[in-house]
Design a protein around this ligand. Structure first.
Ligand code: TXA
Ligand code: MG
Length: 314
């Protein structure tokens, strides 16, 4: 006997939210749906709670977490927001955008959240359930994607339960995540410079339009430490830009290229983002020993999908 309970899956009605809030207050772990992927949430002001996240995911301690907040005032308490940050917040918060900003000393977060960096990653999510939780607690929530470190991100309760079912106390059931890909991460640097640390539902062009200048190309600054070459790994070899499956492969199609599952038969990239992780989870569980995936155009959210696929194949 491992002694560890299996997670309780609960409906996010008023009673379910109350139970989740109680667990969070006690320093427990709660898996929560967001508009991007499911997050593994814990109170960000408590070192033991945050340590629980790293332990549950098997996450290396140099990889910082995103701090989730529900208001601009709360954001200002933890980070320094300049004019650009306010402009981005006005347009994209609440929503799938994470900003890496200079952090304020002594704001009361567990140091492990930032993993020793002078910056903090902040996101104001849009999903009803995550927002309800954030508004019910007096602390922000640290929440990485609710999967074992390096694995495929979860977009459904089943994905979370299969990956972290015996490491998390409660899973709030919010159905499938709307966007299906993790938030776009932008780092706002001094002197108006910025860089895209992780492509996502919002693309580079949308950011460049608002920020009024192109991304800095000389990236001497820190990259998102979690953007390691191999990530989102389904546990078997992945071959990209395939048109047919070989003998040992299961095929994931797109547009005119068929497969056992298709990311989108219509060739719709939003649908492909929504379906991507579910297809990878299905292919990971299939009997074939390898996965082949059709090419997707490098346009809009296609850039973020291809970024994830390259890492899944690395
Ligand atoms: O959509 C999302 O962002 C989801 C949901 C749950 O909000 N969360 C998520 O968290 O994807 P995670 O931990 O899987 O990815 C967070 C990324 C990591 O690559 C981490 O290295 C980076 O954010 N990060 C966090 N703080 C950072 C910082 N101060 N500077 C640079 N990168 C940072
Ligand atoms: Mg992740």
């Amino acid at each position: 006997m491992s002694g560890k309970q299996i997670a309780t899956i609960i409906k996010p009605d008023a009673h379910g939210l109350e139970r989740a809030v109680a667990r969070l207050e006690q320093g427990g772990l709660v898996a929560v749906p967001t508009e991007t992927v499911y997050g593994l949430a814990a109170r960000a002001d408590n070192a033991a709670a945050v340590a629980g996240i790293y332990r549950a995911k098997g996450r290396p301690d140099f990889n910082p977490l995103i701090t989730h907040i529900h208001s601009l005032a709360q954001a200002e308490h933890y980070a320094v927001l300049d004019e650009r940050a306010h402009l981005l917040a006005e347009h994209f918060w609440p929503g799938p955008l994470t900003m890496v900003l200079p952090r304020r000393e002594g704001a009361g977060l567990a140091p492990a959240v930032m993993a020793g960096l002078p910056t903090i990653a902040l996101r104001m999510p849009r999903h009803r359930v995550m927002r309800a939780l954030l508004k019910s607690v007096p602390f922000p929530l640290a929440a990485p994607s609710a999967n074992r470190s390096g694995g495929v991100s979860p977009t459904s309760v089943d994905h979370v339960a299969n990956s972290l079912g015996n490491a998390v106390d409660i899973i709030l059931d919010g159905g499938s995540c709307e966007a299906g890909l993790e938030s776009t991460i932008v780092a706002l640097r001094p002197e108006g410079e910025w860089s895209l640390l992780r492509p996502g539902p919002l693309d580079r062009a949308q950011l460049a339009n608002l920020l009024g200048r192109a991304e800095m190309t000389d990236k001497r600054g820190i990259e998102a430490p979690g953007q390691l070459a191999s990530h989102y790994a389904p546990g078997k070899p992945v071959r990209l830009n395939a048109t047919h499956a070989k003998d040992n492969e299961v095929m994931i199609g797109f547009g005119p290229i068929p497969g056992r599952w298709s990311l989108s038969e219509e060739g719709d990239l939003m649908e492909a983002a929504f379906r991507l992780y579910d297809c990878l989870h299905l292919a990971a569980a299939a009997e074939e020993s390898a996965i082949a995936i059709a090419p997707l155009p490098e346009i809009g959210i296609g850039q973020a999908i291809n970024d994830r696929l390259r890492r899944a194949a690395a």
